[in-house]
Design a protein around this ligand. Structure first.
Ligand SMILES: C[C@](O)(CO)[C@H](O)COP(=O)(O)OP(=O)(O)OC[C@H]1O[C@@H](n2ccc(N)nc2=O)[C@H](O)[C@@H]1O
Ligand SMILES: Nc1ncnc2c1ncn2[C@@H]1O[C@H](COP(=O)(O)OP(=O)(O)OP(=O)(O)O)[C@@H](O)[C@H]1O
Length: 276
């Protein structure tokens, strides 16, 4: 066994339609999910006993004990490992930090032990873990367990912005008044250029945006600031927030916008990213 390094990309919900609620309280979703080229990094090494180190610019406040999703994912394999988690994504931010870290840990351990079969208990780690294991554009339905690749989308240039407020996912779902909303159309358009695809995305929704803004009004400020940037074609919240994204037709426009926003709002987390 040797050292394995895996990137854990930010997950972005380009759309998030809440279409119903199950008896156990979990919500039914229809979401178009893509992944960014910004994310956390996981290094896994064989060890005598389990050990987890959390380092990096966004490590503060992230659990370092057995509750970290990385530790919980590693436990599913029953093999002692030393894991270094380098946090670059804000936590409790709607971009799947913990879920993507858990998925990356599963991929790293599968590689280390040379067995690509998924262990029991993956779904219990979180609703977003399945889609994060795919690491490519996907349509996610059910409560998150029904994931299908969604090929043929154009690469999108984006800014991700988070104002620094933690938004606990259960609170946002609970505050959603109307749980029965229309799904996305049966077919998601394929083969479109970025501009036309962004126009189509604008006809879709994130149903958690309103309840998240009601709880944390600063999210409205983030959306407004993103929408005002030159060349921004669409601003929307990801997941249950508070991270929002703006989409641009060119990489230059996204990079220029990210620099301007980071300067105007130094207390926010702001990153230019390519989504695919
Ligand atoms: C909002 C999304 O980020 C969209 O991608 C996900 O659905 C949430 O994924 P996650 O953070 O991995 O969620 P989990 O850790 O499994 O669930 C956190 C809480 O969110 C609520 N939850 C989550 C997923 C879902 N389909 N319905 C829900 O109602 C439940 O109250 C649950 O206790
Ligand atoms: N590896 C991890 N990184 C960040 N937070 C973690 C991790 N493991 C456990 N946590 C805990 O999980 C909580 C939720 O963090 P996470 O970054 O997964 O956000 P999220 O908004 O639920 O993501 P999602 O987009 O899937 O809804 C944090 O407040 C933190 O206490």
């Amino acid at each position: 066994m040797s050292i394995t390094k895996v990137f854990a990309p930010a997950k972005v919900n380009l759309t998030l339609h809440v279409t119903g609620q199950r008896r156990d309280g979990y919500h039914l979703l229809d979401s178009l999910v893509v992944f960014a080229d910004v994310g956390d990094r996981i290094t896994v090494m064989p060890a005598e006993a389990n050990r987890l180190e959390v380092i990096g610019p966004r490590a503060a406040g992230v659990p370092t004990d057995g509750t970290n999703l990385v530790a919980r994912a590693a436990d599913l394999f029953g093999v002692p490992v030393h894991i270094v988690l380098s946090k670059h994504l804000p936590a409790a931010a709607g971009i799947g930090g913990g879920s993507s870290d858990a998925a990356a840990t599963i991929l790293a351990l599968s590689d280390l032990i040379g067995d690509t079969r998924l262990p029991e208990g993956v779904s219990e780690l979180g609703a977003d873990v399945r889609v994060c294991l795919m690491r490519q554009a996907a349509r996610m339905r059910g409560i998150g367990e029904d994931v299908a690749p969604c090929p043929g989308l154009p690469p999108l240039f984006a800014i991700l912005a988070n104002p620094g407020v933690d938004v606990p996912t259960p609170e946002v779902f609970k505050a959603l008044e109307d749980k029965q909303n229309p799904p996305m159309p049966k077919r998601i358009p394929q083969g479109m250029k970025a501009g036309a695809f962004i126009d189509w995305l604008a006809t879709q929704r994130n149903d958690l945006e309103a309840p998240a803004i009601a709880r944390s009004p600063v999210i409205r400020d983030v959306l407004d600031a993103l929408a005002d940037l030159p060349g921004a074609r669409l601003a929307r919240m990801s997941g249950s927030g508070a991270t929002c994204f703006a989409l641009f037709e060119t990489e230059d426009a996204a990079r220029a916008g990210a620099s301007a926003l980071a300067q105007a709002k130094p207390e926010w987390w702001v990153e230019a990213a390519k989504l695919s």
